[in-house]
Design a protein around this ligand. Sequence first.
Ligand SMILES: Cc1ncc(COP(=O)(O)O)c(C=O)c1O
Length: 440
Amino acid sequence: MKLKSSVWHPNTQMREWESFTEIVKAKGMWLIDSDGNHLLDGVASMWCNVWGHSKPELVNAIKNQSKKIQHSSMFNLTNQPAEKLASNLIKISPGMHKVFYSDNGSSAMEIALKMALQYWKNNGEKKKTKIMTLENGYHGDTFGTMAVGYVPEFFSKFKKQLFPTIQIPVPKKYRIPKEMSYKEYQNFCISKIEKEFSKDDKIAMFVMESGAQVAGGVNIFHKGFQMEISKLCKKHGVLLVLDEIATGFGRLGSMLQYTEQKSIPDIVAYGKMLTGGYLTMAATLASKKVYDSFLGEFNEWKHLFHGHTFTGNPLAAVVANENLKLYQKYNLIKKIHNTSKIFEEYYEKLTELDLVGDVRHKGMLMGIELVKNKKSKIPIHPKKSINKIFFEEGKKHGIYLRTLGNIVMIVPPLAISEKELDMLLNRTVDTIKSAQNQVL
Ligand SMILES: Cc1ncc(COP(=O)(O)O)c(C=O)c1O
């Protein structure tokens, strides 16, 4: 039975959705609805679940902490779980010195932008106010993050209110200009950054997702791309701000993408998988250089004017600490390397399908791009939302899917077993086949 919802749902044409499937509980990789249907969680409950649902260690951590203190503020006070988490995060984050908490990824990126802008003000460099970023990026739905991660389809209605940024083209392997190779196009993008840096000394920061653009359709960066940008930032004295919210903590196969990509940032943001996907928390980490610029006498007003009610919430922090402990205990990153190979077994089966133009995969992330015609690469564009069609067809096959435009996103909980991932991918193939007539 579907539920008539009083909730205004996110990114949803509410007229299209009269009622919603109600999830009443979940265990492991499976969501269970009010009719008792089991749905394999193909998107890790919006890309954040690590261990599956109802993991006893994580549930118990929350339970035990809730008997001590449920929330206490970071304003004038601190708490042990938040302190412990900060030192845990610093330990795993080379080059980072302090942790600033928030409760969602968009806020963590807003904080990153404010830190980077104020860094220059605090250092007396008033002209450094411009923000450079990559086209097709996504950093959240708040005004600052919409300006930086500008997705025209989502945000054009607010364009007038958004501050300007310098947008650099980004190489997309599947859609490279005809006259260039992928490598040549990548070099072209890098040289554009260098040109802008050389002619404009007002650029304060370069902001990008680390390792891949996820909401931008699973655009995985070629090795060396991010490192080249990081080198240019260092050479030209521009702060590098990385967004690891969707890509860090194992999603792309390594704990942190910035270490894999050899690109130590000045500021980095984590979210999503930080608490294993159990409670809402995000973190913005800053290097010592950035942090030190905020120190001074009170009346110099160098401190960071930012703070949220639930900043450093001890319940969220305690479950994040337990989550990090489990990464070690179960050697999750190594496990991901093995599980990830299951995706490779499906490349051929997927690309053989009429609707599938391209398959992109790294670690525990796969994007399947659906096109009308493989040659013309024109994206499918049905009247009804592709997402709704795939959600409903996926449900018939016992999987929970949420597509992004014409991209079927496969983003399972990181600890999914090989058998369950195989089942998820097999059912995804069947879902694409059965959705074909509706989307063309
Ligand atoms: C790379 C990236 N940054 C930031 C965000 C925003 O996070 P939140 O939805 O928690 O605000 C997202 C969300 O998908 C994301 O993918």
